[in-house]
Design a protein around this ligand. Structure first.
Ligand code: NAP
Ligand code: GDD
Length: 342
């Protein structure tokens, strides 16, 4: 019996080829969570980084995986760099998370946002088509594409797009070029239409982290007021760690498709603020919040709430972390950061 099994085990061992994944946006919020998930699944992970005078590895360090990734220099706006990277690595899976992702800045930097978020996707698809057409491609699409569009208060894969920012408009192009390369060239391309997702490594410009960081600073006497814009907007907020699992599942499916990823719950910015202060033991939050027109947008997306039935039924995906748990996790992480500094 033993002699019979040993050769089989050896064959299994040597026939195993490590899958290769390329992640753009590796140093942002989602990049580190996705990289961690893929490393746990035994992938070789390559991360595209821009040239920096001072690289910022804070997020990837936070998850403790900085040394497990192979970093490659390139830029989504530089087609030749993407061609070379795809030609040299020949990844099995490409996750395009890189973007100018801050909606507010896209009004001031519409051209840059379009170059990175629209043309960058076209360049990457062209590089894959030319040098590695069997690679599976994930595009980080977004609920911002819906903008004003909704069907009875919810958005899903059938809801019409009506974007409200240069960011949203650029992402609509990216969405359709991803669909088009699938339909035209038979490439395995998938759009994840993800609703807002957050974590302790969310950028501090985004409202959740701005609030949890502000609450911690106020708690430790480092800041007097938190300046915010529209408190009435509602968002469907989930946890980034849950959402990267959906990205992975989309590329493991038998056929490529597009999926909404959301919790199905929505909350206002005011609810977020109330809960975050309360969790830090501050009940009279109005004393510490000032409404500041600088943070109001020329055009707002008032309400986002996703229906992720398709992802649940076809991918078996569902969120695990609730809104309350998410806010608590982020407030606790920021309190800990300032506690350690004190
Ligand atoms: P993020 O934290 O802002 O990270 C974006 C990353 O893109 C950063 O690492 C940035 O690099 C990189 N990048 C920017 N311009 C680039 C360029 N020209 N070439 C190469 N890389 C570039 O965003 P995120 O929250 O992780 O989101 C990941 C993706 O999902 C984005 O495409 C975003 O638009 C989309 N999305 C996010 C959400 C959400 O709620 N988080 C929801 C839906 C869709 P640096 O580190 O050098 O700045
Ligand atoms: N950032 C920010 N700062 N937003 C504020 C503030 C403030 O001071 N005050 C109110 N808000 C409101 C915004 O007007 C918006 O309605 C809401 O809070 C959420 O803003 P952000 O956290 O900046 O996120 P977003 O919804 O605009 O965009 C994020 O989610 C998209 C998916 O729907 C980003 O991650 C995008 O990249 C992503 O595509």
């Amino acid at each position: 019996m033993v002699l019979y099994y040993v050769p089989l085990l050896c064959i299994k061992h040597f026939s195993h080829r490590m899958k290769k994944a390329l992640i753009t946006g590796i140093l942002g919020q989602d990049g580190p969570y996705l990289a961690k998930l893929l490393l746990e699944k035994d992938y070789k992970v390559y991360g595209l980084i821009r040239r920096y005078s001072n690289p910022n590895f804070e997020n990837i360090n936070y998850l403790g995986i900085a040394d497990d990734i192979e970093y490659i220099e390139g830029d989504l706006t530089d087609e030749s760099s993407l061609m070379n990277i795809i030609k040299n690595i020949r990844p099995d899976e490409v996750y395009n998370l890189g973007a100018q992702s801050f909606v507010h800045s896209s009004f001031e930097q519409a051209k840059l946002t379009t170059e990175v978020n629209s043309l960058g996707v076209l360049y990457l698809l062209n590089a894959i088509k030319q040098f590695n057409p069997t690679a599976r491609f994930y595009q980080a699409s977004t609920s911002e594409m819906f903008g004003l569009g909704n069907d009875g208060g919810f958005q899903d894969e059938k809801t019409a797009f009506h974007p409200r920012s240069p960011y949203g408009v650029a992402k609509v192009y990216a969405y359709w070029i991803t669909v088009n390369y699938r339909e035209s060239y038979g490439m395995f391309t998938a759009n994840g239409i993800l609703f807002n997702h957050e974590s302790p490594i969310r950028g501090k410009q985004f409202v959740t982290r701005k609030v949890t960081d502000g609450v911690a600073r106020i708690k430790y006497g480092l800041q007097e007021k938190l300046h915010l814009g529209n408190l009435e907007a509602t968002r469907d907020w989930g946890f980034a760690g849950d959402y990267v699992e959906a990205m992975y599942l989309m590329l493991q499916a038998d056929t490529p498709d597009d999926y909404v990823v959301a919790t199905g719950e929505h909350h206002s910015v005011e609810e977020l603020v109330t809960l975050a202060f309360k969790h830090a033991g501050i009940t009279d939050w109005k004393k510490y919040v000032a409404i500041d027109p600088r943070f109001v947008r020329p055009a707002e997306v008032p309400h986002l709430r996703g229906r992720a039935t398709k992802a649940r039924e076809k991918l078996g995906w569902r969120p695990k972390v609730s809104f309350e748990e998410l806010v608590k996790m982020m407030v606790d992480a920021d309190l800990k950061r300032y506690e350690e500094k004190n």
